[in-house]
Design a protein around this ligand. Sequence first.
Ligand code: SF4
Length: 391
Amino acid sequence: MWLTGRLAPDHKTIADFRKDNGSAIKKVCARFVELCREMGLLAKASVAIDGSKFKAVNSRDNNFTQGKIQRRRKQIEESVARYMSQLDTADRQTAAGEEPSETVLLTKTRLKEKLAKLEEEVKRLAAIEKAVLASPDKQISLTDPDCRSMATSGRGSGMVAYNVQSAVDTTNHLIVAHEVTNIGTDRSQLATMAQAAKAALRSDSLDVVADRGYFKGEEILACEQAGVAVTLPKPQTSGAKSAGRFGKPDFVYLAKDDVYRCPAGEKLAHHFTADEDGQKMRIYLTKACRTCPLKDRCTTANERRIKRWEHEHVAEAAQARLDQNPQAMRVRRETVEHPFATLKMRMGATHFLMKTLPKVATEMALHVLAYNLTRVMNIFGIKPFLAAIRA
Ligand code: SF4
């Protein structure tokens, strides 16, 4: 209350202020980060980037995908079959030539009403399916049209939400940059967030640590080209490894000779380059496979082929930084969990209050501003902080 001079505006005034001043609120949030930088709180150009799902004003029942529509249709078909069978049973209660009893009539009326409701639901689903097929990502949300159904870290769990990206300073845990997105995965967010953080810190270089969910060659390359050194682990997904054969990590790249050394000690040389989803992939192989005693543990084809992206050294450098500094992932976790846990605790076990992406972005900017403000007050103390603002 001290900040507003003991003014106590009612909820409508606050809601209107938030609605009418979205862009100004975002600017204040960014300006406060500048102030933190000027106060020397962001001296080390080092951030952890992470995303977290925040619930939207949209229940799961009001979000539709093609899969969900198919499941709902199957449920309706089962219900219709059950009600039809119950109608037959009710008919059998009355002997031929007899008038049906009042109970039977009531049961039949109730069942017919239920069938009529299901017919309505089938029509509603047909209209929703049309909208789902017309939407670019084959998904619609009825209450807040911008939010999306997203997987969360729990197995098989998900929520209708926004994915909030943040770049958090590793020293003082201040949120340097943030972005509200309705994209369910983090894979294409790294370069955008890193560049936003670098601009906010006005630094020529930046160290970024992130988790394996951000691993995407093009994103790491874009960071490298923008002067951002990324530390993140390479995902260990290998079809050969899960089938019990040697995986790519079992092959050592020898940069000097541009060859891979395989588990049998043979050298796989570059033979040709292929285009794969717009990426140039160099293919390495050796003729020694045909007579190799380890072949059963290596490949089911005539020879083992190893693919190498033309910029793979950039992705390898990200993993190498982690190998040299194994503490980086602990620092990452401690850095990003602090603001996200605080934001969620302050928001309570609830969803955003506003609907649609631009308004939700304003709401999040207010939360981020409040988090950064209280964080600086905790670090500095209120009086020195006010003095720094006036200076
Ligand atoms: S099969 Fe070929 S690549 Fe695999 S271990 Fe043997 S020689 Fe090396």
